[in-house]
Design a protein around this ligand. Sequence first.
Ligand code: NAD
Length: 434
Amino acid sequence: MEPILSLSPQDFITYLRNENIQRIYFVYDEDAEAVKASHVQLQAIADFLNNDKRDFKFHEGVFIQVSSEFDTLFGAFIHRTNRGQAAGGLRYWSYDTVEDYLRDGLRLAMGMTHKNALAGLWWGGGKGVMTHNPDVYKLDPVVREILYKEYGEFITSLRGCYVTAEDVGTSVSDMANIFSRTRFTTCIPRELGGSGNPSVPTARGVVAGMEAALEFLGEKIKDKTIALQGMGNVGMSLIKFLSEKDVKKIIAWDIYPDIVERARKEFKDFNLETHLVKRNDNSLMSIECDILSPNATGATLNSRTIPSVKARIICGAANNQLEDPVDDDAAINKKGILYIPDFLTNRMGIVNCADESAGYVTNDPLIERHLSKDWEYSIHQMTLKVLAESHKSGRSTGSVAVELAEKLSFENHPIFGHRGKLIISSLVRDGWEK
Ligand code: NAD
């Protein structure tokens, strides 16, 4: 057999079925200072985690189940639960190998720890990742209903150490299917008492980050030129909010002609310059502007694009904007550009659903304080704090923000303490894998 980590998810599923295994876990054992696998046959994966220096950061647990209906892996990656239940969205995606799948889950879960901690939320960090089986037509509503309901049952089995939400590949109706099988979810549709679409608050959060960065420079947003990559849900709302702030000009681009056309029509009375670009064309990242705002896909800031960026500030909603979180962060810092880390400024998606189960009110103060200028955990205050420390120490904003987030992430929940870890221990003790 090929080494287990280089197997495709489909071949891995076949292997697990042949071994008569449906559920597996990898849990960090503090006494042994090592990751323990649920099954001896999977020790190679535990060894990989123990030896990895890049993506494994003492994650508390990784739980994986093979769907009984489709050849799909259901995963829950739990990074740290001191601040509360691990929270983060469910990604439905294709992966070439088991290693790619694990690395993505580990990295995304840690990113949620940082995002939630910097936002002052009493949530830990986690992520759900479900593999796409190429033999299954993923747009079939019947398939999706079965799949997401079963994922909901998987989440229930984890007793609340991970609370799921919407992410790439998962829609609001999928969330309704999850909700029909578990209480441990957020982001459910408004019709079911949930918080609905988070794109508008997310765009407001990005504006808050831009304004804080400008304040740091002693400037205002009025009369600035902003370049926007991506005019989807967040990008379109951003254009609206920025146009209301009397910015001088917005230059925006997208890969879909109908989206470009819609923006042109909707903002015909505003100084909006639109461009239609090809999928891999990032040349407009180098356009003359005050602020560059990535709101499309990840990794558009990289060693190919950063050298020609002319903006003084980079601030957008796209997740994982830096292709290499360390080198690209340093390169931006070296150029003297103020980079507002994505996990600081795009938090409003999770903030919007964080207190969903506690009910909600119009202009909810628990949400609005993130957009205020004075609350210590607001996007404004956190951005100023990160920029000030970066300026003082000469370190990149990304490294400063991660350090701050790491520190906050070890604070224990004021009521529940480090309960997520207890839940994980009880799952192991009670033989969850059986
Ligand atoms: P979306 O899919 O609605 O919009 C993305 C837009 O980018 C689309 O219109 C797409 O055509 C365009 N695009 C893709 N590649 C492009 C390219 N190379 N150049 C220009 N345009 C390109 O997604 P969204 O909800 O607006 O989210 C945007 C980003 O922000 C994503 O990375 C998402 O993960 C992140 N994010 C969103 C939220 C939220 O509340 N929606 C919250 C946090 C983070």
